[in-house]
Design a protein around this ligand. Sequence first.
Ligand SMILES: [Mn+2]
Length: 322
Amino acid sequence: MSAPTVQGGRHCGAPSGRGVGMHVVVATDEGFAMPAAVTLRSLVAVASEPLHITVLHDSIARDTMRRVVRSLPDGDYSIEWVDAGTFELQATRGTHLTVATYFRLWVADVVPEAAHRVLYIDVDTVVRRDIAPLWDLDLGGRPLAAVQSVHYPFVATRGAVNNWKVLGLDAKTPFFNAGVLLIDLGPWRAKKIAAAAFEYLRSPHLGAGADQEALNVATAGDWFALPSVWNQQTPILSDGFGAHLVFPTPEIEAARADPAIIHYQTRPKPWHRGCTHPWRGEWLRYASLVDFDPVEGLRERSVVAEAQWRAKRAASALLKGR
Ligand SMILES: [Mn+2]
């Protein structure tokens, strides 16, 4: 299952577990390698404990792996590459979904046996503060911790889980954003969360939310709610998306003023032309330090690609009624 491994940093040979390092998984394809390098560079820069990083990828080139590794600052970390392109997909064959749709559901399978928890982070993020306090949280037996979604705060929110009623969910079941997930592997495995999520992905109930939607259905509200500073979603930065209906004002203010993880959730992304995200400067600062072409050369979508993307979005919105 494992792809060739490109090591970086001072490799930590200690057994996995609490106190000897934090397991972090990111997922990327070739196109997101540069933002992935930005996320990892920021993560390593602020870490106070050893990191065991696993990059789940879709058959990216060896040279791309080397560039990601060369992008990292000095620090105590190991990095391992796992090619998800080799994973068995028979359980879901026949659907329209791509390998990338399942990245989050494989997180538990790509960390060492001895690991008791793992942090998954999207690669459209910058980590601004040490994740050790997050790593040390007691989840009280719940399979995962995440931040409630601003766009889709509840399963019954339009666009979250279309068939919540049929699925037997309470309308007020909170719905999380899956960009930052702290997974406790004991409860995750005991409660068979991944299997339930895969089953949902194969079901006729699936909407447009892919693995995020599947994980929300699979956990059915049985997750630990993190403060929004751990996943600063873009719509929490303005008053127009109803954040005040869901989050206490001090939590919103903290997430706006001093986020631990900035999640550049909406388009344009910081590497796209026209991005006006107020924290874009933080992303650009790290982007200037990674071993990839200048951001200016990568951030523009071609006009054709942009038009195709917009058309696809519009079609999806029409089909799904959102
Ligand atoms: Mn994201």
